[in-house]
Design a protein around this ligand. Structure first.
Ligand code: ANZ
Ligand code: ZN
Length: 809
């Protein structure tokens, strides 16, 4: 095999594409809407570790698809940028004093260089960086639009607080056992003033519109789950002895109401203080204190054992007039429903565990259809028929639920209620390295937003990045930045010192790529309409909920404000699978199994890395790295290089080779369209194995083959395509090859040959062979001769294209 000079070839073409701005794209009106495509990658956070082999997986997939679309005559928008505000740069600054901007920009330069080495056809003129002031002024502008729409508000909310470091911690800085990542002190929850977005106002739309999206079902399911819609009732129960006090419980099972034997309030429930009896007061207060230190997750999902305390008071069941005890328990969360439940231990496992623990009565009201009774072991949570349930007795659960709500509403003790698990989004961080919020606090006017003309509100330089020990952002210590005048009354005021979370920049970057340098608008309407929505969005499954839900939320608000033209931003979503280490473990620095793409490119070339990452398996699958596989792919590309250097032949290639070409065109076209890149590569390998033995470079085969290869191995394909190029500067816009269907169909078929109905041999014959000839050929097979020589052949059933069956007498 000849030396395949990949390093020179790749460098040459990368320089060539850059010099000629080959992939720069404009909003050319000549392309009708259906011939425009917007293909987007999830942009990276430029960490100090550089690119990881997981990044090129998704980026290669989109690049192949984009290059394919260009050849198919599409105008394609394919941009790249950096999600460059973030915690690691700030923590590095705290440690070393290096400004996060310096670190971030150095990391971006490294990332960009690494990405460029892979030969991706991005339009780099559209690059955005979320920490760039010309970018974040528009992030601030969008914040103001949400604020003006009444969707941003101040509220107190807990943060993770390390009492030893005296700083707030992001979730990722809290270890699994709830300790500070830096000093191992147990983390507590501390209430701080925060900004929240009313994402709950969009819960129903965010849920309903999932149906219109071409997304993986698993991701849609995670979003549905996160939004967590449930349908039930709020039931109101008076407190005995406190006629003015009413406890409202939220239930999804109103049909079990006759089985409610006690009530549980969240420890923080506002009624607890008034209804607790003197005898119970100290126990209740001690319990409240203990519950305050736990997160919702620990209380609801991780808690294996239930706990609670009796308040000393009773609620009156509005139908039976019975008095049932009121407890507090931390498995009831303040933040969900009404922060109070009617406990039905017979039909809810949590209530059952609690009732068993504290010896509370268990009263069944649903009979399993099987007649089985397992209440001595566990709650009966399944379907069944109601009994002892007044007007909704003797019904199955679904019918009883409808009837119960009807009856309870009529008696005015309940109302139907839809609930969502989704909570408003805490949109502030007590950090420096993020977008400053365009908000001023004025002693006389209260919260005043900056005027749009005052944007950008620039992040000031600071000396120390250490968060203040009140839990506020480092910005709070920069007095001459904090102190300002009120935009309304011009009086002395203070700036908001919280910054936005990292999610902010990634909520709308796909819109800025469309019009990256517009100084007057976040995106021009015409350009937005030209490109949106994103036709294909590729990225990791880790963003299934937060990023993809937040971005959808912002987009819907922008849509309602008439600022964008589509209800949804990302029409189609594909999650690439994770690439594991050689040993099938997750790649990580600590395991020492991280593969660096730069090393792979140095050793084998970018084209090999691209194809290898696609050839590892289906794009969506999790798969282990195997450097030996790189060697195999490199050998394939070396063959391609060698074949181009065989003697050239302008004649018609032999029919068999024409057929393999047309089959290859068909397969690669279909597979590339369907993002099934591994099987497309396999077919190109088959093609090379068929043509190599001829030691002749048939130009009529070679030209179309190189065009098929081009999206996958663009550098090598460009280089070898030079003899065909006719003054063009690149093959990138050469039309995609077409195939003749007839040439893709095999004339030969392989049939089974049976003896007495049992498959004994196979035979490969022409598709249109006649009956007699098929019969003769089958009988002449050595294996069949063996089986029939001592027997009498009674009958031969030969059906061309299907089967041969020999019946022995
Ligand atoms: C009585 C009942 C009987 C319930 C039964 C369930 C089964 P989803 O479906 O997740 O919305 N619940 C209500 N508010 C709660 C809170 N703040 N903290 C913890 N649990 C709460 O769950 C709704 C059910 O969870 C409600 O229906 C309530 O228990 C409980 F056989 O009410 B159910
Ligand atoms: Zn004011």
């Amino acid at each position: 095999m000849a030396y395949y000079p990949f390093a020179d070839i790749e460098k040459k073409w990368q320089d060539h594409w850059q010099r000629n701005q080959t992939f720069k794209v404009t909003e050319d009106p000549a392309y009708p809407k259906e011939k425009r495509a917007y293909v987007l990658d999830m942009f990276p956070y430029p960490s100090g570790n550089g690119l990881h082999v997981g990044h090129p997986e998704g980026y290669t997939a989109t690049d192949i698809y984009v290059r394919f679309l260009r050849a198919k005559g599409y105008n394609v928008l394919h941009p790249m940028g950096f999600d460059s505000f973030g915690l690691p740069a700030e923590n590095y600054a705290i440690k070393t004093g290096t400004h996060p901007k310096t670190t971030t920009e150095a990391n971006i330069a490294t990332f960009r260089k690494q990405i460029e080495r892979l030969g991706f056809s991005y339009d780099w003129s559209r690059e955005v960086q979320t920490h760039d002031v010309d970018y974040y002024r528009w992030t601030q502008w969008i914040f103001l639009q949400l604020y003006k729409k009444g969707l941003a508000y101040e509220d107190f909310a807990p943060i993770n607080w390390c009492p030893s470091c005296r700083i707030g911690l992001a979730n990722e800085e809290v270890t699994n056992n709830n300790r500070c990542d830096r000093c191992d002190t147990p983390v507590v929850r501390k209430d701080l003033r925060q900004w929240k977005f009313k994402i709950t106002a969009y819960a129903e739309e965010l849920l309903a519109d999932l149906d219109s999206l071409d997304w993986p079902e698993a991701v849609k399911a995670m979003q549905r789950n996160w939004i967590g819609k449930s349908d039930g009732a709020e039931i109101h129960l008076p407190v005995a002895g406190h006629p003015e006090k009413i406890i409202t419980v939220y239930t999804t099972r109103p049909e079990t109401f006759y089985g409610a034997t006690y009530v549980v309030l969240a420890p923080e429930h506002p009624l607890v203080a008034t209804i607790t009896s003197d005898a119970q007061r100290s126990a209740v207060q001690a319990y409240q204190l203990e519950a305050a230190s736990k997160s919702d997750l620990e209380r609801a999902e991780l808690a294996k054992t239930k706990s609670g305390v009796f308040t000393g008071s009773y609620a009156i069941h509005p139908l039976t007039k019975e008095e049932i005890p009121i407890w507090i328990g931390d498995y009831v969360l303040t933040s969900y429903g009404s922060g109070a439940v009617m406990a039905v231990p017979a039909h809810d496992q949590r209530d059952y565990d609690f009732a068993k623990l504290y010896n509370l009565p268990i009263k069944a009201v649903i009979q399993a259809k099987s007649g089985e009774d397992t209440l001595d072991k566990e709650a009966m949570v399944g379907d069944g028929i109601t009994f002892d349930s007044g007007e909704w007795s003797n019904l199955d659960v679904a019918a009883a639920k409808i009837k119960a709500i009807e009856v309870l509403e009529q008696k005015k003790v309940a109302n139907r209620k839809v609930n969502y698990k989704l909570r408003d989004w805490i949109f502030s961080r007590q950090r420096y390295w993020g977008e400053p919020m365009p908000i001023v606090h004025c002693p006389s006017c209260g919260i005043v937003p900056l005027s749009e003309d005052d944007l950008p509100l620039e992040l000031p330089k600071v000396e120390s990045y250490q968060p203040s020990d009140t839990g506020e952002s480092p910005l709070a210590t920069i007095t001459d930045w904090v102190e300002t005048t009120c935009p309304k009354c011009k009086g002395d005021s203070k700036r908001e010192t919280n910054t936005m979370p990292q999610w902010a920049g990634s909520c709308w970057y796909y819109l800025r790529y469309i019009d990256p340098t517009n100084p007057n608008e976040f995106v021009s309407k015409d350009k937005e309409q030209y490109w949106m929505p994103v036709d294909l969005y590729v990225g990791g499954m880790e963003h299934a909920v937060l990023h993809l839900l937040y971005a959808r939320f912002w987009h819907k608000v922008l849509y309602d404000l008439g600022l964008v033209s589509t209800k949804e931003p990302f029409q189609r979503l594909v999650n690439q699978g994770m690439i594991l280490g050689e040993n099938n473990e997750k790649m990580s620095k600590s395991r020492g199994n991280v593969v660096n793409p730069d090393d792979m490119i140095d050793q084998f070339g970018a084209d090999t890395l691209r194809i290898y990452e696609m050839f590892m398996g289906p794009l969506q699958a999790t798969k282990p790295w195997n450097t030996q596989g790189m060697v195999g792919v490199h050998r394939f590309l070396s063959k391609v290089y060698d074949y181009a250097h065989f003697p050239q032949d302008n004649n018609e290639p032999p029919l068999a080779l024409q057929k393999i070409l047309h089959k290859t065109i068909k397969k690669v076209t279909e597979d590339t369209q369907n993002l099934e890149f591994n099987t497309a590569v396999a077919q190109m390998m088959v093609f090379m194995n068929e043509v190599m033995p001829t030691k002749t470079c048939y130009r009529k085969l070679w030209k179309p083959f190189l065009l098929l290869l081009a999206p996958y191995a663009p550098h090598l394909a460009e280089e070898l395509y030079l003899p065909f190029i006719n003054n063009a500067k690149t093959l990138s816009f050469e039309p995609w090859p077409s195939y003749i269907e007839a040439l893709t169909i095999d004339d030969e078929v392989t049939l089974g040959v049976q003896v007495n109905g049992k498959l004994r041999a196979e035979i490969t014959v022409a598709k249109d062979i006649n009956k007699e000839e098929l019969e003769q050929r089958a009988l002449a097979l050595p294996r069949i001769i063996e089986l029939t020589q001592n027997a009498t052949i009674k009958k031969v059933i030969a059906i061309p294209g299907k089967i041969v069956n020999i019946i022995l007498g």
